[in-house]
Design a protein. Structure first.
Length: 204
């Protein structure tokens, strides 16, 4: 470190301010060069060279201002933290500062099990019931039809009841209609054909 000028400094975690006492310095003749770990002040025949700095600075963000009594040089630190001294040897300029820990790697997202949309199934079933003709289903039509009865129960039911009705109807092949969601949600609803008949799955 070469110096022909008196100086002092103070620091914060983010910045170090170096005050060079050069009374009456001409701003037009003051020259300051910033390096990653150095700062050189020159004014006419006066020179102050400070290197190696204790830590690394950002030359692009560092600046200075010329006053009547002193010149203030503001050094912006590359890593936040106190240096304790202005100069000092270090194999890695940033090694004395704690680096933020890398965030833990996120566990791979587990594929979400696709849930059946019971509202869509309800619409499909109701549409199928409405499209059935009297020849296909003698229960269709009339005030006491199964279709109207089903719609009335469904319209007045809460969300759990609706889910139970749709799940039981779909999984049982239309042989069971339950409104107890707590019971239906536990397992697949079995097919229960009418007494005396046999359930057969037709190939599509």
């Amino acid at each position: 470190m070469t110096t022909t000028l008196r100086y002092e400094f103070y620091e914060t975690d983010a910045k170090l301010t170096l005050s060079v006492f050069d009374k009456g310095a001409d701003p037009e003749k003051v020259s300051i060069k910033f390096g990653p770990r150095s700062v050189v002040y020159a004014h006419e025949d006066k020179v102050l060279t400070v290197e190696p700095l204790k830590g690394q600075i950002d030359p692009e963000k560092s600046d200075y201002s010329v006053g009547k009594v002193k010149v203030e040089i503001r050094l912006v630190k590359m890593a936040h933290g106190r240096w304790g001294s202005l100069v000092g040897e270090s194999p890695d300029p940033l090694s004395t500062f704690a680096k933020p820990a890398a965030p833990p790697a996120e566990a791979p997202a587990q594929p979400r099990k696709q849930r059946k949309n019971w509202d869509v199934l309800t619409d499909e079933i109701l549409k199928a019931e409405k499209s059935a003709s009297m020849d296909e289903d003698p229960n269709v039509g009339g005030d006491n039809s199964v279709n109207e009865f089903f719609q009335k129960i469904f319209a007045d039911a809460d969300e759990d009841t609706k889910r139970a009705m749709m799940k039981s109807y779909q999984e049982s092949g239309g042989t069971t209609l339950s409104t107890n969601w707590d019971e239906v949600k536990k397992a697949k609803v079995e097919v229960k054909p009418p007494e005396g008949s046999e359930w057969k799955k037709w190939a599509v």
